[in-house]
Design a protein around this ligand. Structure first.
Ligand code: AMP
Ligand code: MG
Length: 398
C-alpha cells in the first residue's frame, strides 16, 4: 500500500490501533514499581487487617466492668506498639498501652490517659470507658480471603497502601510498555550540545514524545539519528524494534518492511501518520512537525499504551464544548484544533489558541483541549456542541 493511496478517517484509524493492540504479558513487579499500572487479577487479603485487636489511643487497657469514676487502678505492665504485654489484666488492674499496642488478655476497653489522673504506677479514673472503647478489632479493615482489589484496578497510592497491609511485596500487573522514540532529520541538533548552524533546528520531538510516553505510564528512551540516510535509519529502527513494545519515530522516515496497518489519516494535524506492526511490536511513524507529532501521539499512541496495560485514560476525558463564533474548517478533513477552555453559564467555551500551524510549539503550552471539528464546509454555527479531548484536566475543576 502506498502513502495516501487510501486515507482513512480518524475513528477508523483509532479503531485499527486499538483492535491490534493486545494487553502486554502479566508480570510480578515490586510494590514500589507498580504505580500507574493495572492489576492483572483479583487480589485477595492474605491476613485479617489489623492482624490483632489493638489500641486506638495512648492510655490504659482495663476491664470496663471494673470502671468507676474515682477508682484507683494498679498498672501491672505495658504494651507499646510492636511489643505485647506479658501479663494479663486482672480486677482493679490496668496495662499502660500506646496506639497500635496489642490489647492484653483480660482487658476489653482502653481509657485515654486524658481521662485519668495521668501516667504512673497507679492512676485514678476520671471517666468510665464503655466496653470496647478505643479498641480496633482484628479484621475490622479487611478479612483474610476477601478480594481487596479486583482485577484491572489501576494502582495508585491507596492501592499500594492496601496491598502493603497484606504483605504483598510484588503485584501481578500488565507489564509496563517499553517505548523507544526515534527522531530523524539531518537538520536536527541535540539541545545543549552546540549552537545551530544555518538550516538546523534543535530536536524537540524526541524530548516531547519521551515525556508524553512517560506521562502515559510507559518506560521510554530516546534514540537519536540526525540523519535522513536510509541505511542509518533502517538500522536505528531495527535496533528499536528489538527492545521495544512500541517504536515511535518522528520526521519523514521511510518505514518499509513492517506490516502496514494504515498510512495516512484524514485529519489535521497529522495526515502522514503511519501505523504498522512487527510481531508483538507496534510502530508509529509520526509526522515531523512538532505539533502534529504531539497531537498524533495523544490521539493514537497514548490510547494504545493505555490499552496495553489494561487502563482507562482518566486524564483525557472527552467533554462537549461550544464556540462563540462560527467555526470554519477549510481543510476538508477532521481538525483537532488546539483550544483553551473556559467555564461559562452555557457550558465549556472553547477558543482557538491562535494560529494553528503545526510548527507552533508554543501553542501547545496554551492548549487545554483538542476540539474535534468535522469538515463541515459551510461552517459550524456558534453554540453548536462539539466534542473535545481534554489535555489539561485541572481546567475542569479550576
Ligand atoms: P518532516 O516530517 O521530516 O518532513 O519534518 C516536518 C517538519 O518538522 C520540518 O520542519 C522538520 O524540520 C520538523 N521536524 C522534524 N523532526 C523534528 C524534531 N525531532 N524536532 C523538531 N522539529 C522537527
Ligand atoms: Mg525530516
Amino acid at each position: 500500500m502506498q502513502l495516501f493511496e487510501k486515507l482513512i478517517e480518524y475513528p477508523e484509524a483509532e479503531r485499527l490501533v486499538l483492535e491490534s493492540t493486545p494487553r502486554l504479558p502479566v508480570e510480578e513487579v515490586p510494590l514500589d514499581g507498580a504505580l500507574g499500572l493495572a492489576l492483572a487479577r483479583d487480589l485477595p487479603a492474605t491476613t485479617d487487617s489489623p492482624p490483632f485487636d489493638n489500641s486506638a489511643v495512648d492510655g490504659y487497657a482495663l476491664r470496663s466492668g471494673d470502671a468507676e469514676v474515682g477508682r484507683v487502678f494498679r498498672v501491672v505492665d505495658e504494651a507499646p506498639a510492636g511489643r505485647p504485654a506479658r501479663k494479663s489484666v486482672g480486677e482493679g488492674e490496668a496495662i499502660k498501652i500506646f496506639t497500635g499496642g496489642v490489647i492484653p488478655d483480660g482487658a476489653d476497653a482502653v481509657v485515654m490517659v486524658e481521662n485519668t489522673s495521668g501516667w504512673g504506677e497507679t492512676f485514678e479514673l476520671k471517666k468510665v470507658p464503655a466496653p470496647g472503647s478505643n479498641l480496633r478489632a482484628a479484621g475490622e479493615d479487611t478479612r483474610r480471603g476477601d478480594i481487596i482489589l479486583p482485577g484491572v484496578t489501576e494502582i495508585g497510592s491507596p492501592e499500594i497502601a492496601l496491598a502493603a497491609t497484606q504483605g504483598y511485596g510484588t503485584l501481578p500487573v500488565y507489564r509496563r510498555p517499553k517505548v523507544v522514540v526515534l527522531s530523524t532529520g539531518t537538520e536536527l541538533v541535540e539541545p545543549g550540545t552546540r549552537d545551530l548552524q544555518p538550516g538546523e533546528i534543535f530536536d524537540s520531538n524526541s524530548y516531547a514524545l519521551v515525556a508524553a510516553a512517560r506521562e502515559a505510564g510507559a518506560e521510554a528512551r530516546r534514540l537519536y539519528a540526525a540523519s535522513d540516510e536510509a541505511d542509518t535509519l533502517r538500522s536505528a529502527i531495527e535496533e528499536a524494534l528489538e527492545t521495544a513494545d512500541v517504536v515511535v519515530t518522528s520526521g519523514g522516515v521511510s518505514v518499509g518492511g513492517k506490516e502496514q496497518v494504515f498510512w495516512g489519516v484524514k485529519f489535521k494535524p497529522g495526515k502522514p501518520l503511519f501505523y504498522g506492526t512487527r510481531g508483538e511490536t507496534r510502530l508509529f511513524g509520526l509526522p515531523g512537525n512538532p505539533v502534529s507529532a504531539v497531537v498524533c501521539f495523544d490521539l493514537f499512541v497514548r490510547p494504545a499504551l493505555m490499552r496495553m496495560t489494561g487502563r482507562t485514560d482518566k486524564n483525557r476525558p472527552r467533554i462537549t464544548v461550544y464556540f462563540e463564533r462560527q467555526i470554519v474548517n477549510k481543510f476538508g478533513r477532521l481538525h483537532a484544533m488546539r483550544v483553551s477552555l473556559r467555564r461559562t453559564e452555557s457550558g465549556w467555551l472553547a477558543e482557538s489558541v491562535g494560529a494553528q500551524g503545526s510548527g507552533l510549539v508554543s501553542s501547545l503550552t496554551r492548549a487545554d483541549a483538542l476540539a474535534l471539528i468535522g469538515p463541515a464546509s459551510d461552517g459550524i454555527p456558534p453554540g453548536e456542541p462539539i466534542e473535545a479531548i481534554v489535555l489539561r484536566q485541572e481546567k475542569l475543576v479550576g
